[in-house]
Structure formats: C-alpha cells, structure tokens
Design a protein. Sequence first.
Lengths: 217, 201
Amino acid sequence: MIRLPAAALLLAGGLLLAPEAVAHSPFPGIRGLYTGFLHPLTQPAQAMLLIAVGLLLASRPYPARPAAAAALVIAACGGLLAGTLAPGSDPTLLLTGLVAAASLPVLLRRAVPGWLLVGLAGAAGGALGFACAPDPGALQDVAITSFGSWLGLMYFAAIITGALVAAGRRWPGQALEVGNRIVAAWLLAIAMLFTSLNYTETPNPWNTGSSASSPST
Amino acid sequence: MNHHRTLAPAQRLGLAAMLLLAAPLAFGHAETGAAAGFVSGFLHPLAGPDHLIAMVAVGLWGAFLGAPAIWQLPVVFPLVMAVGGVLGIAGVTLPLVEVGIAASALVLGAMVVLGARPPLWVAAVLVGGFAVFHGHAHGAELPHAANAVGYSAGFVVATGLLHLAGIGFGTLVRWPYGRIAVRSLGGLISVAGCLFLLRLV
C-alpha cells in the first residue's frame, strides 16, 4: 500500500481550494499591472524594438553598455510620462525606424560609437515607454498600469539582452553572430515594409492602437 | 557509431523551422489585430506553392554552396524581397511578376540539381533578383484589413523559416545518399517551376 505523505495531501487540498481564491482580483488594479507588463510583447513593433536593441547591445562587448542600459531605463520612465500626459499619438513609425537603426550595425557587423549606442538605447527606451503609456483614466489605475508597463519593458529588455550576451559567451564562434545577422536582416526588412505601408495612400486600417488600454476599460 | 544518428545543428534548425511552419494549423480560434496580421502574413508564402518551393530552393542551394553562402543568401533574400515589397505596396508596376516567381523555382532548382557553384556574388545577384519578384507579389497582394507590422513580420519570418527548412534538408549533402536526395529535390522544384511557368498547374 502506498502511503501519501501528509504534506502532499495538504498541498493537494490547498490546490483544490485555490480556484476559489482567485475568483476575483487580490487587490484593485492588479489587472492593469498585468496588462501593462505584457504590453511590450503584444505589439509587434515594440517586441521587434526590444529584440533589435538586445541584438545591438549584445553584438559587441561595448564599454558603454551599462550607460546604454541606464539610458534605456530612464528614458522609458520619461516616455511613459510623456505618453500619459499627451496621449493619442501613434509611435509605431518611430518604433520601426529605431528597429532599422538598431538592426543595421548588427547586419553590417559595424561597431557604433559609445555616444550613439547610448543615444539609440535612450531613444528606444523613450519610444517604448511612450508606446506603452496607458489610456487616460483614474490616477491610481494609470499609475499601476504605467508601473506594469515599465516593469515589463525592463524585464523583457533585460531577458532578451541578457540571453543574447550569455549565448555569445557560451558559444563564442561564428554561428551565433550569423544567427544574429539573419535576425537583424529580418527586422530591417519588416521595418522597411512597414514604413512603406505607412506612406501608401490606402485607408489606414493598420492603426496598431499601441497604448496600454487598461484604465479606460 | 552513435554520432551517425544525431542531427547536425543546421538539421535541428531545419526541423524546428518545419515544425514552426506547421504551427498555424494549430490555431483553434480567429485572431484579431496584430495577431491576425501576423497569421495572414505568415500564411502568404505558405499558401502559394510557387513561393514556397522557391524559398526552399534558396536554402537548399545555400547549403549546397556551403559557407559563407549558406547564411549570406538568407540575409540577402529578405532585404531585397522587402525592396520588392515596397515597390508592390507603392503600386509600381513590375512586368512579368508571376513569370519571375515561376522562373525562380525553375532556375534555383536547376542550380541545385546541377550542383552549380558560381562565385558568391553571382549567386547573391541571382537570388536577390528573384527576391524582387517575390516581394512585389507579397506587397501587391497585401490584404487591407491586415495589421501592417504583423503582416510584414509574418511574411518575413515565414520566408526565413522556409529558407531554414531548405538549409536543414540541404545539410544532407554531407552524405552520398543525402546528396542524391538534395539534388533530387532540386530537380523536383525545377520541374514544378517549369510547370508553373507553362501554367500547367
């Protein structure tokens, strides 16, 4: 006869009771936090920019990398604030332009000067923050969603860049660099296509609605 | 010998690419917004057999040529294809687009079956030239309801995965029977391109 440890039974009982506990939000505004956190991944242009910046920062052991990371963190705060105070603009074209700017040095295997690296990271942080700014609403909801967006941006930027840097150290050969260049080529191609789509005369059904919309809902 | 049973990195990549290409079949509900645009763009190269076989042929030929063509052709193709896409979106008329697409399958398949090894720049110009036709067709046929970034991302990623699938299969050239298999596939692609060119399919 198999005897289950008392702890396992207790755990199973606890898990069976769990659905009752998550039937409503544990605290007000948590949904906005989730919405904001995941926002950078739900919009292709934002996800692409996170990847492009990660590729750029990881492509070489730049001495200016910490400064670039700091610029991204601070500029994201500024962008979020600007987007919250002046909502309504669609920054997708800016995002894709920055995708192209960050992908090009990786594709061409060219090092960028430190000031340009910091500038690009700062511009990317600002644009991402602006794009992730929530719709107008109650102050508490806006603040929570904004915090979630900032947290998500920092988290995904750190994960993507960190993974690429770690992969570069783990596999220092040419294969990873080739892979990064192929991804950079894809990103550049997508950015070129989007830019041209943006300037065609067709009606604009492509408004990506890129702001985090939790508060107004 | 155990190592004969293991897959090379490029083969694993190719297998993963093939599995990813099958992923849209698993979508159980309608997508909207960016996701719908991505799915629409992703399916576009897969829905056209002439596009599909030409993309696989690019990967096969790249693998046949070896480094650096194995990775330079998949870098050149999406960039030049995007230029073609821009022309298509802008409404610039390009003559004989469908003929160019069919010819790409015919010629690239023939390169594989013949084991042609031209200088890298010749291969890049040839592949890039055909990429313009493919990109133009994708750009001109853009569904207006699609999300632009999602659509662009979808069709570039699908194209890249088709290249990787071709590269993955193409790495079989390391073995004698694999070489026969790769060249046979090139021959089939070339014949299919010929049929598309003659509008027999």
